[in-house]
Design a binder for this molecule. Structure first.
Ligand code: FCB
Length: 456
């Protein structure tokens, strides 16, 4: 295959999230989050797994940063656990929680690794959920306060700030189909949560900017939504509906200062939009410098009366059929289609010009087994192929003019994969959960070389 070079200064890195790796859920004054509650609720997470210990990163962060340095990572995306900073979500700040991220940031900088902070990767303080969580408008305001607190401590060293990770998941999986914490199943609540998440983003982005943050952004799991049959009008209509629910409902208010009319009409058939107040859209559209894109897999849909729909896309029942994923799948059962990443990046650049893009997550779960090679190494050829294909797809987007600034693999470490618990492994570094031993997989060595060559 031909050699590919990425632009000078391309940001190579890896991503993780607090609840998925830190463990130490009771250490140093951390309060409970909705994921502590949810993972302890029988039947919600595979085999009752919790994040209590996870990768014990809270205690092993220095070793993990050393690993990152060995791999040559230039950027590390991690999230701050709100319940470590404000155990009740509001009010008193817990300095010991801030101390942890302070140490982490210093360790990264000492190794020349640029810290990229995500302020919210799903671990809402339980005390706020008890007051309505993201269905309550006040949560958006509390989020902006929390953002200011974290920035006040880390802002002298952290340049890149993102507010939310994948609000689609927080809203539609958290409050729509109930597969994620807090486990609510209510389509109206899902739309209400979308709005308050976006409002929280806007208020936090404004506060961060006012406090002097250099780069402010948000990460979305924008989807590449495809028609089952490109020549069928009904399938095009299904694409439009699903694209509205997954992409435009976030992108339009963020980058065009208004919800799309078709999406508003659709949502209004499910819930009266009393949560939408005059001026909100303007607040949501606070300028951003970076759009984080998480991409794993495309979604194929057909328009069909009586179609089963999908509870994670409220109001698609009776109208849309989501096609089962086809071809070779990852261990998540997700389809592998690198071209979807090129299409998605090109589409974002075309429809929402002027915002630099960063792939903040991309990667694959495979059931890696230690000792599948005589030397005891983990030869994850499937993962290497997946990453290679997607990097080529990202490069193709750059070649077509997309302003893509970097790529962060999901994930540095095997970790707590939400409702799937520890049974899905996304790491380029293997974690033995009994001993907490880290072992570089072949993909880690491969990625190390990609970074050192700035290409493939
Ligand atoms: C994304 C999440 C991330 C991880 C990957 C596999 O939706 O942001 O935490 O679980 O999926």
């Amino acid at each position: 295959m031909s050699e590919l070079r990425f632009p000078e200064g391309f940001r190579w890195g890896a991503a993780t999230a607090a609840y998925q790796i830190e463990g130490a859920v009771r250490d140093d004054g951390r309060g409970p989050s909705i994921w502590d509650t949810f993972s302890r609720t029988p039947g919600k997470v595979h085999q009752g797994h919790t994040g209590d210990v996870a990768c014990d990163h809270y205690h092993r962060y220095a070793d993990d940063v050393a690993l990152m340095a060995e791999l040559g990572l230039r950027t590390y995306r991690f999230s701050v656990a709100w319940p470590r900073i404000q155990p009740d979500g509001t009010g008193p700040v817990n300095p010991r929680g801030l101390d942890f991220y302070d140490r982490l940031v210093d360790a990264l900088l000492a190794r020349g690794i640029d810290p990229l902070v995500t302020l919210y990767h799903w671990d809402l303080p339980q005390a706020l959920e008890d007051r309505g969580g993201w269905t309550a408008r006040e949560t958006a305001e509390h989020f902006a306060t929390y953002a200011t607190v974290v920035h006040a401590r880390l802002g002298d060293r952290v340049r890149t700030w993102t507010t939310l990770n994948e609000p689609w998941c927080s809203a539609y999986l958290g409050y729509g189909n109930g597969v994620h914490a807090p486990g609510v199943r209510d389509a109206g609540a899902a739309f209400t949560a979308v709005h308050h998440l976006l409002l929280g983003h806007g208020l936090a982005a404004r506060a961060l900017r006012a406090a002097g943050a250099a780069t402010v952004g948000i990460t979305l799991n924008t989807g590449d939504i495809r028609p089952a049959d490109p020549d069928r009008a009904a399938d095009a209509a299904a694409v439009r509906l699903v694209d509205g629910l997954q992409n435009r409902i976030f992108l339009d208010p963020l980058l065009r200062a208004a919800y799309p009319d078709d999406v508003l009409d659709h949502a209004a058939r499910i819930v009266e939009p009393t949560f939408l107040r005059d001026g909100d859209e303007k607040l949501i559209a606070a300028p951003i410098d970076l759009l984080g894109v998480n991409y794993y897999s495309p979604t194929y849909v057909a328009g069909r009366p009586g179609g089963a729909g999908n509870e994670a896309y409220p109001g698609t029942d009776g109208a849309v059929e989501f096609l089962p994923p086809a071809g070779p799948l990852t261990d998540m059962g997700w389809m592998i289609e690198p071209a979807g990443l090129t299409r998605l990046l090109e589409r974002l650049a075309a429809d929402y010009p002027g915002v630099p893009l960063l792939v903040t997550e991309n990667g694959a779960a495979y059931p890696d087994k230690t000792g599948n090679d005589p030397a005891g190494a983990i030869v994850d050829t499937d993962r290497i192929a997946y990453l290679d294909g997607h990097l080529r797809a990202a490069h193709e987007a750059i070649a077509r003019g997309v302003d893509l600034r970097g790529y962060l693999v999901w994930s540095l470490l095997d970790n707590f994969e939400w409702a799937e618990g520890y049974r899905k492994r996304f790491g380029i570094v293997h974690v033995d959960y009994l001993t907490q031993r880290r072992t570089l997989k072949a993909s880690a060595r491969w990625y190390q070389e990609v970074i050192s060559r700035n290409g493939l």
